[in-house]
Structure formats: structure tokens, C-alpha cells
Design a binder for this molecule. Structure first.
Ligand code: SF4
Length: 350
């Protein structure tokens, strides 16, 4: 079976799951949900954010004996393995906060922590694809809680951990991330990535240097499309991002500075110009299809087709390689997790 093509098809169309099945299994398999779904096909991690577009998908997950399988138009396609709920989700931090309320398991051995679910742009100026304000987790987390979570994650699921914050006033997101990275690293040696909006004070990038990987996401490259889809965040112009990337590359190692570009929100030409621009600076372009989730402002759209994504992956791979970058060397975060993007499978030719 060509898993790369199947992964691209599943991500383009979404995978349905019957509500009664979801309800029955979600406690044991927390990524078996109709919104965010993550599973393994063999050793390949596959994840997607489903949306209304998924209603017309030919793919559905059902039980086949005691296994979970994907069916296409009712015909068996392949077995899949959902991620088991980690045991530490059942315990609490030393001051009594449930670990389940702190982090999300998003791919095998990959925990993501939304340090806050707040964002100064939320409302009129929020990014139109974003659902951060709806994430079902504690609104604000303390660094010490996450350090305890990371320690358990490292022990039980050999985890790497991504810390993210929405855009907060006065670079408070960067401050919270820096405190948390340092708190984790004092307690346990686990790969940590940080995802942040561009800080206004570049000094924060030095204070984040204990993180293994850093992601500052452009999301969209074309200026006009940025103004349309990121009305608030596009106040930061590309020149400012470039200065930030330059500083990041002085602080972090090769292949550890990344930037997500969402394919499907702009023309392929400008998208690939964005990939080339990032790669030419030494920044890893994280090629991910745009997923229009049902809670986002773009919920009437569809992700790009599998054919389009394959073309984008192949062109991006040529560019990434030509600048000497290697997605397999990123130590933490989305590129290491590799579930939302099929770039590694296309590169491996599986
Ligand atoms: S700045 Fe970040 S958190 Fe805020 S709306 Fe945009 S993507 Fe979401």
C-alpha cells in the first residue's frame, strides 16, 4: 500500500467516526474524536483536524472485530491504531491539578501544551483558521505543572513536548514559554519545542534558548492573503519575521528553527515562494495542509486536494533539500511529530 498517498487522501477528505463509537472509545483513545483525529497506519503517524467537509468524506473508521479499521465507501481499506490514553492522564500534579487538563496527546509520544488559550487578536482580528480560543483545556497553566507533566511524559511515552501560547500583550506569551522551558529542563531532559507569535522584544529569543526547537509561524506568505486570513497578526510584516528568524538562527541549531506554512490559503506560486524564502534563510518550512475545522471562521472551505498536496510536497522537498535542510533532524514539535504533514512519507517514498 502506498501510505504517503493514502495519508494525503485521508487528510484532504477527512475521516468520519460515528458519534456513538467515538463516545464509547474516546476515554481510552483520546485522539479518536471527530474533531482532532490521530492514529497510526503501521509506523506512519496520521492526524487531521476534521471539519464540515468531512461529512462528505468516503472514509470512515469502524470496528472490525477488536481492531479499528478505515473503510472507503464501505469497503475495508486498512487497520489503524489509535493512541492509547497515557496512564499519567489519571494523576494530578503535586498541588492537585489533573494532568489530563494540562496537555493533549496529538501524535505518538507527542504532547502539546497550550500555555494559555488567550490571544489579543481573538474576535474580529483573530486568524481565520485558528481555534485556540476553543481548546478544551485549563485557560492558563503554571510552569511547575508542565514540568511535572513533562517528567511523566518522558517516563511513560518517551515524549517530546510542544509548548504554545497565543499572542499575549507585552510578550507575556514568550515569558511564560521561557519560564516553562527552564522549569521542564531543570526537572527532566526531554526535547521541547516552543511555538510563539513574533515577540516585540527580540531578547526573548535568547531567554528561550533552552528549548530544542522553535516555531514562529508565518502561516501564509502572500501579503494580501496574510491581511485577509490573519487580520491581526499581519501587523507584523515579513521583514520583521526575517529579523526574528535571523536572531533565532544565531540561538538555535540547524534544522531547529521552523515556520508553518498552511497550504491552500494562497496560490501555489506564492506558497512555494514562501517555502523558498524560509529555506533560503535556513528556516525549516513546515508544509501542512490547511484544515478548515468546524469552529474556525473558514469552516465552509475544504483542505487542498491530495493531488495538489503531492505537487506542493514534491516541490517543497526539492527546495528544502537544495538549501541543505533535513526535516528528519528537527528534535521536537510539529516537524518531529510528523502527523499533520505527509512530507516525511513523501520524502521516504513509502
Ligand atoms: S495569533 Fe495565534 S492564537 Fe491568535 S488567532 Fe492567530 S494563530 Fe490563533
Amino acid at each position: 500500500m502506498d501510505i504517503a498517498n493514502l495519508k494525503m487522501e485521508l487528510q484532504a477528505k477527512g475521516v468520519k467516526i460515528d458519534y456513538s463509537l467515538e463516545e464509547k472509545i474516546v476515554k481510552k483513545f483520546p485522539t479518536a474524536t471527530s474533531d482532532y483525529m490521530s492514529f497510526l497506519i503501521g509506523d506512519v503517524p496520521v492526524a487531521m483536524l476534521n471539519g464540515y467537509y468531512t461529512d462528505s468524506s468516503p472514509f470512515e473508521i469502524k470496528m472490525r472485530g477488536n481492531k479499528f479499521s478505515i473503510f472507503k465507501n464501505g469497503d475495508f481499506l486498512t487497520d489503524v491504531e489509535f493512541l492509547q490514553r497515557p496512564r499519567f492522564f489519571d494523576i494530578s500534579t503535586s498541588d492537585g491539578v489533573s494532568m489530563e487538563k494540562l496537555g493533549k496527546l496529538v501524535a505518538p509520544g507527542f504532547l502539546i501544551v497550550y500555555m494559555t488559550t488567550g490571544c489579543i487578536y481573538w474576535g474580529e482580528a483573530q486568524c481565520k483558521f485558528c481555534v485556540t480560543g476553543y481548546i478544551d483545556t485549563l485557560k492558563i497553566k503554571k510552569a511547575s505543572w508542565i514540568a511535572e507533566l513533562a517528567e511523566k511524559g518522558a517516563k511513560e511515552i518517551k515524549s517530546h513536548i510542544a509548548l504554545t501560547s497565543g499572542a499575549l500583550p507585552k510578550d507575556r506569551g514568550s515569558k511564560l514559554l521561557a519560564e516553562t522551558v527552564n522549569s521542564i529542563k531543570e526537572r527532566v531532559n526531554i526535547p521541547v519545542s516552543v511555538n510563539l507569535e513574533p515577540p516585540r522584544n527580540m531578547g526573548w529569543l535568547d531567554k528561550l534558548s533552552n528549548a530544542d526547537s522553535i516555531y514562529i509561524n508565518l502561516e501564509v506568505y502572500d501579503e494580501k492573503a496574510r491581511a485577509l486570513f490573519l487580520p491581526g497578526k499581519s501587523e507584523f510584516k515579513l521583514e520583521y519575521y526575517d529579523r526574528i528568524f535571523k536572531r533565532c538562527l544565531e540561538v538555535f541549531e540547524e534544522n531547529q528553527v521552523g515556520s508553518v506554512l498552511l497550504a491552500g490559503l494562497e496560490g501555489e506560486n506564492t506558497y512555494l515562494e514562501g517555502v523558498e524564502h524560509l529555506a533560503s534563510l535556513g528556516v525549516m518550512p513546515v508544509v501542512i495542509p490547511f484544515y478548515p475545522t468546524s469552529l474556525s471562521k473558514l469552516n465552509s472551505l475544504k483542505p487542498p486536494s491530495a493531488t495538489k498536496m503531492k505537487e506542493i510536497y514534491l516541490n517543497s522537498i526539492d527546495i528544502i533539500k537544495s538549501y541543505g535542510l533535513d526535516p528528519f533532524k528537527t528534535k521536537a514539535g510539529f516537524m518531529r511529530g510528523g502527523a499533520l504533514t505527509a512530507i516525511k512519507e513523501v520524502m521516504r517514498g513509502v
